[in-house]
Design a protein around this ligand. Structure first.
Ligand code: NAP
Length: 352
């Protein structure tokens, strides 16, 4: 795959853009879910060179892992073995659903619980090992070193190949890296959310969509330049919500989110926020027009250009959007365009 990037220091190269599967089961308009289409999108993604496939236990309380397992269990079009063998299959534990209807959940990083969470993920994904397993959130009731040591034991047992973290502080990442290498850090990073670059763009503390939905608490402080930390330690940085949950594509409008959609209650998706953040989408759209590209592609190209260790995982349920997003790796922004994007105003509204 042209432009392939090494996953951490594993020696395993993957296509520069992966696929986030969350929205197929969780977070966005439930009425628009279509499992059959989602399975097809995952298969098409792999065939088109997306080799980092991202899911989590919490996305629909296992529903998303089952979709991914079904999609990857089949053979590719060229008949060259199961799609599963062509990807880095990434899932996450440490966030557990209490009630799917209300989307209430809690953090659970206790060692024995993480072990059984990972075992259940193996079953749902229908695989004998998970390539990349993230600690989805640090459980404030459990020292992160204890959670990490349990995951390291699962590596020794052959159930997991590599370990990652999501939305942690640099101190937490440093502490666990001493126990077992961090292969990837997954945190929010996009043109309108740059906390991971050490820019305090937003006023919120960074709870995460995954636990912001209900009750799992905050306690995540993204302070410092996490991207630089990953680069220094030979880890990948995997930006989640690289399209600003769709906002940066310029295709969304206020008031169009159904009640089950995370964005319906988020301060960046109010009518006022759309008005005040207009300069961001306008600037991205202008560059897209000049480049004969789309705003989604400009957003992803900006991320890829930040550092060679970045592998974004845009989420989509649409085959057309998938193709558009993967083609972003061919887009080269000029120095002037990058500078204009670097200087975009701070976003109005908080991440959560
Ligand atoms: N670690 C964490 O705590 C965490 C938190 C959130 C997300 N994640 C991961 O990161 C992945 C990506 O984040 P995300 O899905 O929340 O946000 P995102 O990738 O920034 O945006 C997804 C939204 O953009 C739309 N979209 C995608 N491509 C488009 C295009 N080319 N043109 C127009 N609209 C487009 C999608 O709608 P369509 O389906 O219609 O394309 C969807 O509504 C998730 O799937 C998940 O795997 C991790």
């Amino acid at each position: 795959m042209p432009g392939a990037r090494e996953l951490g220091s594993t020696g395993r190269a993957v296509g520069p853009i992966g696929l986030g599967c969350m929205g197929m089961s969780w977070g966005y308009a439930e009425s628009a879910r279509d499992d059959r289409q989602s399975v097809q999108v995952i298969r098409d993604a792999v065939e088109a060179g997306a080799e980092l496939i991202d899911t989590a236990l919490v996305y629909g309380d296992g529903h998303n892992e089952r979709l991914v397992g079904e999609a990857l269990g089949t053979t590719g079009r060229a008949g060259d073995g199961p799609l599963r063998d062509r990807v880095v299959l990434a899932t996450k534990g440490g966030l557990v659903v209490d009630d799917l209807a209300t989307k209430s959940m809690h953090r659970d990083g206790r060692p024995a619980s993480l072990t059984s969470q990972a075992d259940a993920s193996l079953t749902r994904l229908e695989v004998d090992h998970i390539d990349l397993y993230y600690l989805h959130r640090v459980d404030p009731a459990v020292p992160v070193e204890e959670s990490w040591a349990a995951l390291a034991d699962l590596v020794t047992a052959g159930k997991i190949r590599w370990l990652g973290l999501s939305e942690v502080t640099i101190d937490q990442a440093e502490a666990v890296h001493r126990i077992h290498p961090v292969t990837a850090v997954q945190s929010e990073l996009s043109l309108w959310t740059r906390d991971a670059l050490g820019e305090t763009q937003t006023a919120d503390g960074g709870a995460g969509l995954d636990d912001a939905v209900a009750g799992a608490g905050t306690g995540t402080d993204a302070g410092g330049n996490m991207l630089a930390w990953t680069r220094d330690r030979g880890a990948s940085f995997v930006p989640f919500a690289p399209l600003g949950r769709g906002y940066l594509t310029g295709t969304l409008a206020p008031g169009e989110f159904e009640e089950t959609d995370f964005r319906a209650a988020n301060s960046r998706f109010t009518a006022e926020a759309f008005r005040r953040n207009r300069a961001i989408t306008d600037a991205v759209a202008e560059i897209a027009q000049r480049q004969d590209a789309t705003p989604a592609q400009v957003s992803l190209a900006w991320l890829l250009g930040l550092s060679d260790n970045i592998i974004p995982i845009p989420g989509t349920r649409s085959g057309r959007h998938l193709r558009e997003n993967l083609a972003a790796s061919d887009l080269v922004l000029s120095g002037e365009e990058r500078q204009a994007l670097d200087e975009l105003p701070t976003a109005f509204g908080t991440r959560y």
